[in-house]
Design a protein around this ligand. Structure first.
Ligand SMILES: Nc1ncnc2c1ncn2[C@@H]1O[C@H](COP(=O)(O)OP(=O)(O)O)[C@@H](O)[C@H]1O
Ligand SMILES: [Mg+2]
Length: 408
């Protein structure tokens, strides 16, 4: 029996699905660390866990270490330690190091979490990446802009969800950034990158002991930064039907080289990458965790599997059965338009719903009265599955062109 500890900060819907997947594993005893009290865990799960430890802050490696030590003492030695969130990956690794649990170390986790370090490691390994620098002063940032030319991208070194990420196109805009108090400093450095013009893709990879055993990929239409810059813009993520599509398969060697340079070990990784119009490919960033923007359910649909359960098994037993692509899948993100901060109307859905037919798998529609979304994921979304990439693309296009979320 393997003893697996799963860190579930709060028992929210998505986290509970992951928690349930671990608890459902055959041959594993599962303990849970959370900020929510054990009593909040639904009974059906609570009665099946081996142990529980509550912490104040799951993002604190020291607290996770204490929790793991207590669980090891009370329940038994820990074989694996896992968690889903991007921000958890470093504290998890710190606890593994401190307690002696197999899995990704803190040194490796930093390769994935620290954007500057990631780019340096990749560059040194000969993996193509955008020019970048970690700027600790306004002067350094200005000097970087001068060296690579505008536009540049400025973002937090451990950012996520495109938060505080800016495209800067001129000296004037750079001064504007400084005027907003966003001047980099030694305590608040900024990651600066040359702006890559190209199409944006993802590559999801299952690696076991450093060896990629399976891949999937999606395309963002348009990329997250453009979506962020244009709050009214609805967008889609497409997972094509054809595994063999050369766009993705040509990227495999780059993906392989990048993951091996970063020291991936056993993980499901989410890589974002660009393809320029001349065909050249660049790695943008990599997370050593399951992908967001509904790529997990899309992967499940496209391969008729349960990726959450598959990931739990991978992280607990280093096992993964490669999947065969059977469908195309896609998600459309609906985003409010207008000045208000509440949804006042949803237009076009009924008509679109009819067109979707049984391609529609799951939707969370914007509701009248709902507040304006705070992230680029928008006020609502719909996931579809189709037997062809063209069919899926067409339906996604219909959705984002016909559905209107009116804010007022
Ligand atoms: N060097 C770059 N050139 C062009 N676009 C970029 C660049 N870096 C980031 N972006 C855009 O900004 C988005 C967010 O940046 P990313 O590095 O992925 O940070 P996060 O961790 O917040 O996802 C990317 O998905 C991409 O659309
Ligand atoms: Mg990203």
């Amino acid at each position: 029996m393997r003893h697996v500890v799963f860190v579930a900060p709060r028992f929210l819907h998505n986290t509970l699905r992951y928690t349930a997947a671990f608890i459902g594993l055959e041959g594993a005893r599962v303990s849970v660390i959370s900020e929510d009290p054990e009593s909040r865990l639904p009974e059906a799960l609570r009665e099946r866990i081996a142990g529980h430890y509550r912490v104040d802050n799951c993002l604190d490696g020291g607290e996770l270490t204490r929790a793991c030590k207590a669980i090891a003492k009370g329940v038994g030695p820990i074989d694996r330690l896992a968690g889903v969130l991007e921000q958890l990956q470093l504290p998890l690794a710190q606890a593994r190091d401190a307690v002696g649990i197999e899995g990704m170390s803190a040194a490796t986790a930093r390769n994935f979490r620290d954007k500057d370090r990631m780019k340096s490691v990749l560059r040194e390994a000969g993996v193509p990446v955008a020019q970048s620098a970690l700027a600790t002063s306004a002067e350094a940032l200005r000097a970087f802009a001068e060296k690579v030319g505008y536009p540049i991208v400025v973002k937090p070194p451990a950012g996520l969800g495109s938060k505080a990420t800016f495209r800067v196109t001129s000296d004037e805009q750079l001064r504007g950034l400084f005027a907003l108090g966003l001047s980099p400093s030694p305590t608040q450095p900024a990651q600066a990158e040359e702006f890559v013009v190209g199409r944006e893709f993802t590559c999801e990879t299952v690696a076991i002991a450093g060896k990629p055993v399976w891949r999937c990929g999606t395309r963002y239409y348009p990329g997250p930064l453009e979506v962020l810059e244009n709050p009214w813009m609805q967008y889609v993520v497409l997972l094509p039907r054809e595994y063999e599509d050369p766009t993705w398969r040509d990227f495999d060697p780059v993906n392989d080289a990048a993951l091996s340079a970063l020291g991936v070990g056993t993980a499901l990784t989410h890589m974002e990458w660009f393809q320029r119009s001349d065909g050249s490919m660049l790695v943008s960033e990599v997370g050593a965790r399951p992908p967001g923007v509904h790529i997990m359910p899309m992967m499940s649909l496209a391969h008729e599997t349960d990726m959450i359960a598959d990931w739990a098994e991978l992280m607990s037993f280093e096992r993964f059965e490669p999947k065969v692509r059977k469908w195309a899948a896609g998600t459309a993100f609906f985003r409010g338009q207008g000045r208000g901060d509440r949804v006042v109307e949803l237009r076009g859905w009924d008509e679109v719903r009819e067109r979707l037919g049984d391609a529609l798998v799951e939707a969370q529609l914007p509701k009248v009265g709902q507040p304006r979304a705070s992230s680029y994921e928008g006020e609502g979304w719909a996931i579809i599955r189709h037997e062809s990439t063209e069919g899926a693309t067409e339906l996604l296009r219909e959705m984002i062109s016909r559905v209107r979320v009116v804010l007022g």
